[in-house]
Design a protein around this ligand. Sequence first.
Ligand SMILES: Cc1cc2nc3c(=O)[nH]c(=O)nc-3n(C[C@H](O)[C@H](O)[C@H](O)COP(=O)(O)O)c2cc1C
Length: 478
Amino acid sequence: MASLTIRKLDDAIKAELRMRAARNGRSVEDEVRVILREAATPAAPTVTTASNASRNAAIPRWHNLRHNSNGLLRITLIIGGGIAAYKALDLIRRLKERGFIVRCVMTNAAQQFVTPLSAGALSDERCYTDLFDQGSEFDAGHIRLARDCDLIVVAPATADLMAKMAHGHADDLASAILLAADKPILLAPAMNPLMWNNPATRRNVAQLARDSVAMVGPEAGEMAEAGEAGVGRMAEPVTIATAAERILRPPQAQPLKGRRVLITAGPTLEPIDPVRYIANRSSGKQGFAIAAAAQAAGAEVALISGPVDLDDPAGVTVEHVESAREMLAAVEAALPTDIAIFSAAVADWRVAHEGAQKLKKTAAGIPPLQLTENPDILATISNLRDKRPPLVIGFAAETEHLIENAKAKFARKGCDWIVANDVSPGTGVMGGDRNTVHLLTRGEGGEIKTESFAVMTKEEVAAMLIERIVSTMTDSSK
Ligand SMILES: Cc1cc2nc3c(=O)[nH]c(=O)nc-3n(C[C@H](O)[C@H](O)[C@H](O)COP(=O)(O)O)c2cc1C
């Protein structure tokens, strides 16, 4: 993939970009991303392309969002120079799991413990380290980094960083960002108990509380230093991520609170014999993103997943299964729910006669693999009499005639909505981070309505879907 250095563009173009970015309240970097995304999005010939209005509709209202280029909330994570810096790497993943965009900044001392490379790789963004950074594509880096986010998290917050904050120092990138910030700040202090209890730190903590800086932890427990214990351990990454989420998505704004949501994700594995199986290329990323978004919207989420290489989303009950039959059994056991979303790529067929032992090469030649039909989970649940969830959503992954095939599936299955996506090899959807989806619903007269969306990250697709679910449930309860 080619990279683009804004600094090397013509001055006139740079000036135009700055104007556009300022008009739209974005960073220059984000403005370029938006322009490239718009230019790269093919117009769908048979269906309407998402207008700006419907893109904005994809942004969850309850998240109190700033309108970043992609509608997601941004966190600037400042990593201080403490022994707990290694936990900040896990924190990046925990924040991303919750659908936040994370941009990392490291102090010089932090780089003694973990590398900017690790933080950059985990956050998918460059990690910023220098106040005087000639390579930065930001015009005034510390101001932009302070402003171009929704929350600043400092983890670990060292005694030194807190002292600098309390006294308004700005002699490195981290402290300059903190001084220039107009966004909420959440500190996760971590230090030796003697440092935490030192009167100077106590004064600084009290000053920061007066300055409305939020804090999570520190906790009591054993220190990294052998034989030392007391208050000073950094809160666990999950706890910090939850505290960040509480600031960005206040609990009262959880429109799916009290609702149960069932989601399937990933592939199924259909055994041939004890060591071989038939599988597909589904990564489970889309289903996991939907589970995280539903959980963030306050729902009680049961996620039933085929074998995937993903961490379980925080706060979600996950059941891991292998075959389509196991998935159906787990789905049935999870009912009743208010909403069921079937995003798993369930194998249509399995081997009719699974070998009890490993099939061997013999003189008789190649063993025939006779296939038999698997249970149709979407159709089964859509046609339940008693326990049918009020809203059943299926996914149609197609490699040709996308809308035509999705409409046929919609008519066949008896579900309420279908999310159709093109998974042909050139799209990179299977296993990738982006998706281009079409939402099929029914109009008042029962006719199928198709709404097409521009390419989005799988988290954005998840946010759009949850937003639609929320508005439908709100409308139907009026
Ligand atoms: C091995 C080691 C571990 C340290 N752990 C901590 C710590 O957990 N908390 C802390 O406040 N300082 C700790 N320090 C001291 C900080 O690294 C030092 O105060 C540094 O100047 C902090 O820089 P920063 O605040 O710019 O990141 C540690 C130092 C060393 C050598």
